[in-house]
Design a protein around this ligand. Structure first.
Ligand SMILES: Nc1ncnc2c1ncn2[C@@H]1O[C@H](COP(=O)(O)OP(=O)(O)OP(=O)(O)O)[C@@H](O)[C@H]1O
Length: 784
């Protein structure tokens, strides 16, 4: 295509193209010119820019110089600041030095004043020395006169002698001479004294001079101007220093005063804080007591009795580390509280008092004293008329509380002793010492059959009854104790409280137990009949110890039934009761081993946890249930359940059933059954756990009631069955059974058998299901 086109191009076309080219070249030239002028312009501009750049460079240089200068300036400033800080440091130093100087001045001033005083003293002495000199002068004058007199006297005597010799009257003359010599002697004596005095004064002056020289370096010379001016200069400096120092002293005294004031404030604050600390410690103890109480822990108090005449040997080294720790034989024991030998009955009771309220809220309480013979158990529990113990104090407090709180309360009392494994009623003197039996009621509570229970009207009646009971208790004289208890004594108060506001009735049992003390037969020097008593006491105490050990080690079997004491105390140790154990310790060295073992048992008991629960009167609960039931369609059936289930846990089951029934969506009977089965089963499990202490009969009662319910469910024979059994499978069972028409006994037998297998299956199902799973099932059931 391109070849054929080229060949077709005509000349005119070419010419037009040439013109155009020329035009184009022309334009190009024009443009070129323009470009050249532009380039020239640009070159000029470039030159200008060059110049500008140079100028900017110069400016930059200047700026950088300025910057350099300012950096230098900053450095200078920095140095200046440094210098300033140095200066302030130096100022501080100078101030400090000045202060030191002032202090020195003051010291010097003091020294100077001392020296001045010394100089004054010396000058005084010098004056007296001058007086001494005058004395010396007088002495020498006297001496001279004396010498003159003596000479004259000697001359006289010589003259007289010569005269006498010549006149021949020698004897008279010699007598005359004798008298004169006597006179001479009398005159000479004061002179010798004066001479001696002079010598003494001389010696003293030399001493003073020496001292003066030592003090001043040399004796003061008034001609020595130089030394005076130096001295004066030194003196002025010292004076200045002295002034400064006195100011410092004043300041420091002020500071000291402020400090003293501060100290006073501190001291008052410390006292306040100590008081606060005491209060807090008390509060903490109270709270920990409540906490332990809530946990159901058995509380253990330890009390060491004071030494008495029967102790014979010196005290063993029981050491009270603090309120909660006691140490013996280098072992430390921890109890809820430890009472030392100085503790009073009131101190003891104050710690018991905290449990008082529990009595009025339906909790069982047990207080028991444990310890070897003569360690003070009876004293602690009963006390004396002047020093009442725990029991009288508690009774008094119970009555005060009832009065104060305006409660409707009734108190029933019973008292027994366990003597040689026989239970003796201490409130029934008609019965003699006939032994009573221990039984267990349907609630699993151990009780003494035919024991006298007396409803008391007031505190005095109760006190009298307790006094009467304790007077009937067996006591005897042993080597260790003048009135040793030969039996365990248990006094029980059954306190029924009716709260008018809540319309609730609580029943609590207060067990007050004074155990007999363990004893070593050889130590107590027992009589034959006492030996037998001791054997029984020690046996029952060892059974009690076994129970304590089993409970503290959470053993699966607790040997409650090994003695009447342990069986009776079943609820107090590991059961439904708040319990306080008081360990009594003898301080005597001779009882060291027994004390140690008591402390060890106490430590074990401290690990035991009880399960105290509120004992609400069943009748009240029933009334409530009936009320709820009457509002419900199926009240009759529920009432049936209420009447037939008479254990506490089963009440709980019924309560749950009522709640379930209240849920309108939960009327599917099968599901109700499921829940009920689960609850009864869980009741059984907890029942077995708490009562595993060998209560076979209790267990079988539980099983019977369980079977009763299941039986009713299977047959639909009674209201419960009618209520519960609606499912097809069981209806069929009932029909089948009716068809067989065998007698009631046979039916019971065969279905008991069936129940057994079914209940076993149920049990298995329940055992392997966790609580959460069951709950899940329950919720599903509600939804369903
Ligand atoms: N805290 C105490 N303060 C003063 N005296 C005490 C104290 N504790 C005990 N006693 C005295 O010690 C003696 C023995 O006390 P107590 O009879 O209470 O001992 P016990 O442990 O009950 O002995 P036993 O087991 O033989 O009955 C008594 O005379 C008692 O008064």
């Amino acid at each position: 295509m391109s070849y054929s086109n080229k060949e077709n191009i005509d000349d005119t076309q070419i010419l037009i193209d040439q013109d155009e080219v020329l035009e184009f070249v022309k334009q190009m030239k024009m443009m070129n010119k323009q470009f050249i002028s532009q380039i020239k312009q640009l070159i000029r501009e470039k030159e200008e820019y060059k110049f500008l750049i140079q100028e900017l460079q110069c400016q930059l240089q200047r700026k950088s110089d300025q910057l350099q200068q300012s950096a230098n300036y900053r450095q200078h400033l920095y140095r200046l600041l440094q210098l300033e800080s140095c200066r302030s440091n130096y100022e501080e130093q100078v101030n400090r030095l000045e202060a030191e100087l002032k202090l020195n001045q003051m010291v010097f001033q003091i020294e100077l004043s001392q020296q001045k005083q010394e100089i004054v003293d010396l000058s005084d002495k010098l004056k007296s020395t001058q007086q001494g000199y005058s004395t010396t002068v007088a002495t020498s004058f006297l001496q001279t006169s004396f010498n003159q007199k003596q000479d004259s006297l000697f001359k006289d005597s010589h003259t007289l002698e010569s005269v006498g010799q010549t006149e021949g009257d020698q004897s008279i003359m010699s007598n005359k001479n004798k008298g004169q010599r006597m006179m001479l002697k009398i005159m000479q004596d004061p002179i010798t004294n004066l001479k001696k005095q002079k010598e003494l004064i001389k010696r003293e002056i030399t001493q003073w001079q020496d001292e003066f020289l030592r003090k001043e370096g040399r004796p003061p010379s008034f001609n020595d101007k130089q030394s005076i001016s130096t001295k004066f200069y030194q003196y002025t400096i010292l004076k200045k220093q002295l002034n400064d120092r006195s100011t410092i002293i004043q300041d420091s005294t002020d500071c000291k005063n402020v400090g003293v004031q501060c100290n006073l404030i501190d001291a008052s604050q410390i006292i306040q804080m100590q008081e606060l600390l005491r209060q807090k410690t008390h509060e903490i103890r109270r709270l920990s007591f409540q906490l332990e109480d809530l946990k159901g822990k058995v509380k253990v108090y330890c009390r060491v009795r004071p030494s008495n005449s029967s102790d014979k040997l010196k005290d063993c080294e029981v050491q009270f580390i603090d309120e909660q720790h006691i140490s013996l034989k280098q072992k430390i024991f921890n109890f809820d509280i430890c009472f030392n030998q100085q503790s009073t009955q009131q101190d003891m009771y104050e710690e018991i008092q905290q449990s008082l309220q529990a009595i009025f809220h339906g909790f069982n309480l047990c207080i028991f004293a444990y310890g070897q013979t003569g360690s003070g158990k009876t004293y602690t529990m009963f006390g004396t008329k002047q020093q009442p113990g725990v029991i009288p104090n508690l009774i008094e407090e119970i009555y005060t509380y009832i009065k104060r709180s305006n409660l409707e309360c009734s108190i029933i009392v019973n008292s027994l002793e366990i003597y040689k494994e026989n239970i003796i009623d201490l409130l029934n003197d008609q019965q003699g010492y006939q032994s009573l039996e221990l039984k267990e009621n349907l609630n699993g509570q151990v009780f003494v059959q035919n024991l006298t229970n007396i409803k008391v009207q007031n505190m005095h009646e109760l006190m009298n009854l307790i006094e009467f009971a304790s007077s009937r208790r067996k006591q005897g004289l042993t080597e260790m104790n003048d009135s040793s208890s030969r039996s365990h004594m248990c006094t029980q108060l059954i306190v029924e409280t009716f709260n008018k506001i809540t319309q609730q009735k609580f029943i609590s049992r207060v067990n007050l137990i004074d155990l007999a003390g363990s004893e070593r037969c050889n130590k107590s020097r027992l009589k034959p009949n006492q030996l037998e008593e001791a054997k029984f006491i020690n046996k029952s105490l060892s059974a009690l110890n076994d129970v304590m050990i089993a409970l503290s080690t959470k053993s699966s079997f607790i040997p409650y039934r090994n003695s009447k004491l342990t069986y009776l105390m079943r609820d107090c140790l590991g059961g439904n009761s708040k319990t306080i154990m008081i360990i009594n310790i003898s301080p005597s060295f001779i009882n060291l081993d027994e004390s140690l073992s008591s402390l060890q048992y106490g430590s074990k008991v401290k690990q035991i946890t009880n399960q105290p629960i509120k004992n609400v009167e069943p009748a009240e609960q029933l009334k409530k249930l009936q009320k709820v039931c009457s509002q419900h369609d199926e009240s009759a059936d529920l009432f049936y359940i209420c009447n037939n289930l008479n254990t506490r846990s089963e009440y709980q089951v019924v309560q749950i059933l009522i709640i379930s029934l209240k849920l309108k969506t939960f009327l599917k009977k099968q599901r109700l059954l499921l829940l009920m089965d689960f609850r009864i089963h869980s009741y059984k499990k907890s029942y077995l756990k708490t009562r595993r202490q060998g209560s076979q009969s209790r267990c079988s009662i539980g099983m019977t009631q369980y079977s009763k319910i299941i039986f009713a469910r299977q047959f639909g024979k009674d209201e419960l069955g009618q209520l519960l059994v609606k499912d097809q499978k069981h209806q069929e069972l009932i029909q089948q059974h009716q068809e067989k028409q065998i007698n009631e006994q046979d039916r019971l037998q065969s279905f008991k058998q069936k129940w057994k297998t079914q209940s076993l299956q149920l049990q298995e199902q329940m055992v392997y299901r966790s609580f959460d799973d069951l709950l899940q099932e329950y919720y599903q059931a509600i939804e369903y």
